[in-house]
Design a protein around this ligand. Structure first.
Ligand SMILES: Nc1ncnc2c1ncn2[C@@H]1O[C@H](COP(=O)(O)OP(=O)(O)O)[C@@H](O)[C@H]1O
Ligand SMILES: [Mg+2]
Length: 308
């Protein structure tokens, strides 16, 4: 577990013990890992750093509303097939049609059309039928796809094989490492979860967030980094529509750094608030004036009272 943790760290990822255990078990038991959590807490990043740490390619399937098996698995390259037909027709039958009968020629042409040459390998096929070492397959944001697609994923994860009627059944010789993520905009079916190891990634606590920030934005002075993390942690306790994730903390620190800020004051916070909150309603909550001061100034006052 410690080896996993330090391997992830070497790739720039701070994992707590429970995540390191989950990753270790995924690798050892060859079971998919299902990561759930709010946006920006580092789910997608886990898959990327695992791939880097174990030296395998990353194959990413980004899910979206309306994603179907064709776009996830494979499609035939229709324009190139058409071109192939045109060229074959223009060239005519070999030997002016004397060697082959037209029927045989047509069948051969059709066989060529539905061969690997004209197969567009989408991420899931690329993961099952990988030419090199088995990849890390990231199935990102499954909650965006619909239930039908989920059922199809369940089937695929069970067998790791794909049947293409024109070619045959392709099977993964070595199972890919599979990481699924969900932002939990809807619940994922039990059946799919049951096949996986489940891990919830929470917002980091103060010390973990500070460690991430020091690692990701090393140019920020330590005292400022502490204030940034205190402020973001405090902000997450506000009733916001979208609370800032780690990604927002990092962006904010980069922005403050670019502006040459040495500490947090109401002016610089106001100027950079857009790095932290991305919804107008949330901006309004935080900039609402109370006793002549915007509300976030009170929050700033609160953290300034904390030990640095
Ligand atoms: N534990 C962590 N260690 C290092 N970086 C992290 C960590 N958690 C989040 N990040 C950073 O936060 C950003 C957002 O992470 P991401 O994986 O895209 O979030 P999610 O997929 O959960 O929405 C990335 O740039 C990532 O580097
Ligand atoms: Mg993500």
């Amino acid at each position: 577990m410690e080896a996993v943790r330090s391997a992830l760290r070497r790739e720039g990822y701070i994992a707590d013990h429970s995540l390191a255990v989950a990753v270790f078990l995924t690798l050892r038991l060859e079971r998919p890992l299902f990561l759930e959590g709010e946006p920006g807490v580092g789910k997608t990043e886990v898959a990327k750093v695992i791939a880097a740490a174990v030296g395998r390619p990353l194959v990413r399937l980004q899910c979206y509303e309306g994603i179907d098996r064709e776009s996830a698995l494979y499609e035939w390259d229709f324009p190139r097939q058409m071109l192939h037909i045109r060229l074959a027709e223009a060239a005519g039958m070999p030997g002016g049609g004397q060697g082959e009968t037209e029927k045989v020629w047509r069948e051969r042409l059709e066989g060529e059309l539905f061969s690997r040459r004209f197969l567009l390998r989408r991420p899931l096929l690329a993961a099952v039928d990988s030419q090199g070492p088995a990849p890390v397959l990231l199935i990102d944001e499954v909650d965006r796809s619909d239930e039908e697609f989920e059922a199809f994923l369940l089937e695929l994860l069970g067998e790791f094989q794909v049947t293409i009627p024109e070619i045959g059944t392709l099977r993964a010789e070595e199972k890919p490492v599979v990481i699924l993520t969900s932002n939990r905009t809807r619940e994922i079916h039990d059946a799919l979860k049951r096949r996986c190891l489940y891990h919830w990634i929470d917002y980091p606590d103060f010390s973990k967030e500070l460690e991430i920030l020091r690692l990701k934005v090393p140019g920020v002075p330590r005292e400022l980094a502490i204030r940034i993390c205190q402020f973001v942690q405090r902000l997450r306790r506000e009733p916001l529509y979208k609370r800032p994730g780690v990604a927002e903390t990092i962006h904010w620190a980069e922005a403050l750094s670019a502006l040459g800020a040495r500490s947090l004051d109401p002016k610089v916070v106001e100027e950079t608030l857009g790095c932290l909150v991305k919804y107008r309603d949330d901006v309004e909550v935080l900039t609402a004036v109370r006793e002549d001061r915007p509300y976030f100034a009170d929050l700033l006052g609160e953290i300034e009272a904390m030990p640095g």
